[in-house]
Design a protein around this ligand. Structure first.
Ligand code: HEC
Length: 284
């Protein structure tokens, strides 16, 4: 009898502790009020959604839109390469975008890469070769920082892998410039510091990269209108390709492997039936 009573009391005590424990956060908030006002920067941050309609390579059956990758390359070449290198991408990789060997040779030659004078050994520049990588416009990191308000433009080869949901992020970042809501800014006394630019999709909303794109900045050969969202989407797709050129291939291999496993399972089942066919006990 006493043992049973003790058990009930112990059970009640444990339940009580658990209930109190679950109420603790609420009680804490009640006692100390709501969380303090967020920092002004995160107050203005907005999570982006990526381009309307998504990318052609999205999803398990996604494919590269080669025309889009070519447009994205053009945006990179004419705009972004003024500040950003792509040291893990070589000119010859452009062959995957549908350019012939001769076109790649000609394209590489339009770029200037660092070289060494064979006679004197001094550093100089020379036209690019297919095996060269997309060069940095700056001789070194100090020069890059000095030209960009102390921020070094990062290499873009793997950028879409280096950020969460990178393809959408690059699109959001490029379309995220603008002015902070004046009423909100006045309320929290927020100002974008000199030399930085307001961008609602950058984590601290003050970025050292000036808005790189404006409507009509490049002229696409295929007649696509070069609005900021269009160029942003194209260059985001291009940078997805540079970061993982085998993305589409990898997914297709996945489907093949799944199909093969299915086939192998069916085969294993049939051979099991075959092997045991004669040995099954007959129902009497
Ligand atoms: C005038 C130079 C300049 C140009 C042109 C430029 N950028 Fe930048 N970019 C920068 C600088 C500087 C930073 C570093 C910003 C910072 O850390 O505040 C940066 C950062 C970035 C980042 C990284 C943001 C992050 O999350 O850290 C991406 C992505 C990027 N740029 C993409 C592009 C693309 C795509 C283009 C072409 C459409 C482009 N940039 C053109 C200077 C430039």
């Amino acid at each position: 009898m006493t043992i049973r009573l003790g058990g009930i009391i112990a059970g009640l005590a444990i339940t009580l502790v658990l209930v109190l424990w679950s109420l603790l956060p609420g009680a804490y908030n009640y006692a100390f009020g709501p969380a303090p006002e967020k920092q002004p920067s995160s107050y203005f941050y907005e999570h982006g959604e990526g381009p309307a309609g998504g990318f052609a390579f999205d999803g398990a059956f996604g494919k590269w839109d080669v025309a889009q990758l070519q447009r994205g390359y053009q945006v990179y070449k004419e705009v972004c390469s003024a500040c950003h290198s792509m040291k893990f991408v070589a000119f010859r990789n452009l062959k995957q975008l549908g350019y012939t060997d001769a076109e790649v040779d000609a394209e590489a030659a339009t770029w200037t890469v660092p070289g060494i004078d064979p006679a004197t050994g001094e550093t100089t520049t020379r036209p690019g070769e297919p095996t060269d990588a997309f060069p940095s416009p700056y001789p070194n990191a100090i020069a890059a920082a000095a030209a960009n308000n102390n921020a070094i433009p990062p290499d873009l080869s793997l950028m879409t892998k280096a950020r969460h949901d990178g393809s959408n992020y690059v699109y959001d970042l490029l379309t995220g410039y603008g002015e902070p809501d004046p009423a909100k800014a006045a309320k929290v006394g927020f100002e974008t510091p000199d030399g930085l630019y307001f961008n609602k999709h950058f984590h601290n909303v003050n970025i050292a990269m000036p808005p790189p794109l404006s409507d009509g900045q490049v002229t696409f050969a295929d007649g696509t209108e070069s609005t900021v969202p269009q160029m942003s989407k194209d260059v985001a797709a291009f940078l997805t390709w540079t970061a993982e050129p085998s993305l589409v291939e990898r997914r297709q291999t996945g489907w093949f492997v799944l199909g093969f496993l299915l086939f192998a399972t069916a085969l294993a089942f049939l051979s099991y039936k075959q092997i045991w066919a004669g040995l099954k006990p007959k129902k009497s």
